[in-house]
Design a protein around this ligand. Structure first.
Ligand code: ASP
Ligand code: MG
Length: 411
């Protein structure tokens, strides 16, 4: 019997009516002759609300208790979903991440899945039930504590379960129709992408396209499970993320990200070991550095700039400040008003002039580029925060034909 893993995001289970809709879809899928595993997020904005609540009772971070708190959100939706499904006459059973055997590292708030035993999920399916698993959570065998997988982590739960169970497809239900060539809120004529490769989707996710958590794409790729990102409000096809795509677009899409800040250490002595002296303690402090630029050296000194998530500014400044003092640099400053725009497409590997065209388009629109980074299938530029919408729009315009799917007759 085919096995389908369906993940429903927060908006898809936002209230009682939406949960009934989810139950209907699950029951239809089950009655069509499939085994069904359902992964749910917390209802609506529950996770954000719980975080706010925690901030109101405590000033300091309490990572273990925070995970205890946040995992409650998914527990509410899994139980309600199970009830709504059983009410429709299909046996169902909910499991917490820990009951489902999702074993993780011990890092609270950012745990990695290391193993899924999945026996109870399998046993539930074998007894003819729909099994509902709480997303975003697991348990660490070392600390024996409940952990969370990071924001958006239910996608990773779903893809990892799909992988260990050998599912035929992992469906990610969300409030948009799929993955778009750019954020439709900024580019009204952005187009839904029908198919995208794992590699391209991974780059899109890392570059800030919020539709799928990057780690879920890695699971999909490693175990070759097709991921179907689609709307829970319609029955339309969404976006298929898989190994091979039918059409090779030069540019698959444009992603942008406003969640990072730029930190600059001024007047750093330009000699071996200084970069390591700075980035080693940043790594130890768990600061996730994205782009790094070292400026031209003049009179033996240089500036080093790097970007970090805005949520890590405090720890980044802490570390950079003391390193700056230690190596006799000129001080540190931070610019929060930046944003990153990225072009992604496997076709750019075999096409020259893409970067040049990107830079020309940005300059034609008076947009200054502060930093650049590339991978074989991505080009990213840091621009001023206020320029990001213009950047996304003008690049979407300029690369319109490079993103167009080959029309039927083009063969
Ligand atoms: N509820 C968690 C969050 O809001 C996990 C998820 O939705 O995937 O980040
Ligand atoms: Mg989510």
């Amino acid at each position: 019997m085919p096995l389908i893993v369906q993940k429903y995001g927060g908006t898809s289970v936002a209230d009682a009516d939406r949960i009934r809709d989810v139950a209907k879809r699950v029951v239809d899928t089950f009655r069509a002759g499939n085994e069904v595993v359902v992964v749910v997020s917390a209802m609506g904005r529950t996770t954000d609300d719980l975080i706010d609540l925690a901030k109101r009772v405590a000033d300091r971070d309490h990572p273990r208790e925070m995970d205890m708190l946040l995992t409650a959100g998914e527990r509410v939706s899994m139980a309600l979903c199970a009830m709504a499904i059983e009410d429709r006459g299909v046996p169902a059973m909910s499991l917490t991440g820990s009951q489902a055997g999702i074993l993780t590292t011990a890092t609270h708030g950012q745990a990695e899945i290391v193993e899924i035993s999945g026996d109870r999920v399998r046993a539930g399916l074998d007894s003819g039930k729909v099994v509902i698993v709480a997303g975003f959570q697991g348990v660490s065998p070392d600390s024996r504590d409940v952990t969370t997988l990071g924001r958006g982590g239910s996608d990773a739960t779903a893809a990892a379960l799909a992988a260990v169970l050998g599912a035929d497809v992992c469906e990610i239900y969300t409030d948009v129709d799929g993955v778009f060539t750019a954020d439709p809120r900024i580019v009204p004529d952005a187009r839904k992408i029908d198919e995208i490769s794992y590699q391209e989707m991974l780059e899109m996710s890392v570059a800030g396209s919020g539709v799928l958590m990057g780690r879920s794409v890695e699971f999909g790729r490693r175990y070759n499970i097709p991921i179907h990102v689609r709307s829970s409000f319609t029955t339309d096809m969404g976006t298929w993320v898989k190994e091979e795509t039918m059409e090779e677009a030069i540019i698959r899409g444009i992603a942008h990200d406003t969640s990072e800040a730029k930190v600059t250490v001024h007047g750093v002595p330009d000699k071996p070991g200084v970069a390591a002296t700075l980035f080693e303690p940043l790594a130890r402090a768990g600061v996730n550095v994205d782009m790094i630029v070292q400026n031209v050296s003049r009179d033996g000194i240089t500036d080093i700039s790097f970007t970090v998530p805005k949520s890590s500014i405090a720890s980044a400044l802490d570390v950079a400040g003391s390193v700056s003092t230690d190596v006799g640099a000129g001080g540190v400053d931070v610019d929060e008003d930046i944003a990153k725009v990225s072009l992604v497409g496997a076709g750019m590997k075999s096409e020259s002039g893409i970067a040049a065209k990107m830079f020309r388009i940005l300059s034609d629109h008076g947009i200054n580029i502060e930093m650049i980074s590339t991978s074989p299938i991505r080009i990213s530029c840091i621009v001023a925060g206020g320029d990001i919408e213009k950047a996304v729009r003008s690049l979407h315009d300029g690369f319109q034909t490079a993103m167009a799917p080959a029309s039927e007759g083009d063969g």
